[in-house]
Every structure is written in structure tokens, then in C-alpha cells.
Ligand binder design. Structure first.
Ligand code: PGA
Length: 253
């Protein structure tokens, strides 16, 4: 059965001290909460990965993730971090294709496809992001857009590979804006993504894959979003930077 996941995307926020304090509070608080099989993933800046991994290691339900990895595995790529390096440092998960990477770093489907392959070859689990701009939705092109992002960046994988991936649907107009997709809009897109997975991989494999919602998801709207059968949790930005709100989101899983 697929996992229910609350993934925190800290982006380029928090000092090292603040990051350690937040991770420490989460570990301490989650000691008294039975997570069952639910997973908590903390996507930290590269610089903090090993330190945060050390802090969370006593709880087998908490993992750390990188927010990206290089398209290359090694070599003269100043400033880049490869999937091989992440794995060698004990990191287990990586986010690939976040809209901020697609927008500010011009990451295209072909590069994302390579990143996904590099991550899986290095035993990392992938959270693959997709999402439409508001203009796509206004022109009723959002389903086509998401289908294209999945086919070009992810659906080259075979069944044994795709089960090591989760998909995060993050409408770009909802990220960091305070405007959340309505539960009906999110549910509609999540069931569309599930249908695409079924068509490509068959029902049993499709049902193993977690589909997360992201975009102004917070402690107030998480429970209603997560109550939908095809919404298996969330990728949380702003509301993951404070222990109180993120813990409430985890409890809504
Ligand atoms: P947000 O970010 O929750 O702040 O909207 C989500 C994300 O970008 O992953």
C-alpha cells in the first residue's frame, strides 16, 4: 500500500541553528505521536542535510531529502551536487522538478528525466514535482500540461523504478501565494494523475505510488485536502518552517 507522506520543503530558509532546532523539536514531539507507516520527509538545503540526518536518525519514520540534484554524476560542474554524492552521504530522498527550479533555473523535461534516472540509479527515492501556471488553467490546458510533464520527465521509467517515486502536484499559482487549490480542484487533478499511472503501469503499481499535494497547504486546509482518496499527503513549504503548524499537518495525514 502506498505511503502517506508529509514532506517539508524548507527551500532557502533557516540558519543552521534554526534548522537544527526545528528538526530537534519535530523529533521530540513525534516521539509521542504514533505515525504508524506514515512518513515525514525534511527537504533541507544541501548544507544542512548530514546534520539534520543525524538529528532525525532515532525515528525510522523521518527522512531527509535534497531539494534537487545535478544532471551530472561527477566532474567539473562548480556548485553542483550529484545523486552519487547524496547517496554517499547517506541521504535517501531527493525532490526533482520543483517549479522554482523549472522557472528560475530553466530546468527542462530532458534534464529532469536524466536527474530522475541518476537519482534512482543511486538508490535515492524521488519526489517528482509537476504543476501548471494559472494561464494554463484559465485556458483549460492544465490536464495536457501535467500529462506532458509526467510523460517527458517520469514515465520513461519501468514498473520497478516508478515505485521508488512519489509525485507532487503543485499548481504554480498556489505555491507561496496563500491561494490553495480547492479540495475539488486538487482531487480532480490527483485522480487524473492516478488514471495516467493506471494506464501506463496498471492498477496495482499505480496504487503503490503516493501523490502529494503542494501549494499553500497549511494546518487549516490539510485535513480536508488529505481526506481525498487520491491525495496521499503534502509537500509543504511555508507551513513547514514552524514546528507547530507542520506537526498539525502531520497529524492530518
Ligand atoms: P508553499 O510551497 O507551501 O509555501 O506554497 C510549497 C512548495 O513549493 O513545495
Amino acid at each position: 500500500m502506498r505511503n502517506r507522506i508529509a514532506a517539508a520543503n524548507w527551500k532557502m530558509n533557516l540558519t543552521l541553528d534554526q534548522a537544527c532546532a526545528l528538526a530537534g523539536t519535530l523529533v521530540e514531539t513525534l516521539k509521542s505521536i504514533d505515525l504508524g507507516g506514515k512518513q515525514v520527509i525534511l527537504a533541507t538545503p544541501y548544507l544542512y542535510l548530514s546534520t539534520v540526518a543525524d538529528i532525525i536518525k532515532s525515528n525510522k519514520n523521518i527522512f531527509v531529502a535534497a531539494q534537487d540534484c545535478s544532471e551530472h554524476l561527477s566532474g567539473a560542474y562548480t556548485g553542483e551536487v550529484s545523486a552519487t554524492m547524496l547517496y554517499s552521504a547517506g541521504i535517501t530522498h531527493v525532490i526533482i522538478g520543483h517549479s522554482e527550479r523549472r522557472t528560475y533555473h530553466q530546468e527542462k523535461d530532458e534534464a529532469l528525466k536524466t536527474k530522475v534516472e541518476n537519482a534512482l540509479t543511486n538508490n535515492l527515492k524521488v519526489i517528482f514535482c509537476c504543476g501548471e501556471q494559472l494561464s494554463h488553467r484559465e485556458q483549460m490546458k492544465h490536464f495536457n500540461l501535467i500529462e506532458g510533464q509526467l510523460w517527458h520527465g517520469l514515465f520513461h521509467l519501468d514498473e520497478t523504478q516508478i515505485i521508488n517515486c512519489a509525485i507532487a502536484y503543485e499548481p504554480v499559482w498556489a505555491i507561496g501565494t496563500g491561494v490553495t487549490a480547492s479540495p475539488a480542484q486538487a482531487a480532480e487533478m490527483h485522480s487524473f494523475i492516478r488514471k495516467l499511472l493506471i494506464e501506463k503501469y496498471g492498477e496495482s503499481t499505480a496504487n503503490e505510488i503516493s501523490i502529494l499535494y503542494g501549494g499553500s497547504c497549511n494546518e487549516k486546509n490539510a485535513a480536508e485536502l488529505f481526506s481525498n482518496t487520491d491525495i496521499d499527503g503534502g509537500l509543504i513549504g511555508g507551513a513547514s518552517l514552524k514546528a507547530d503548524s507542520f506537526i498539525k499537518i502531520i497529524q492530518s495525514l
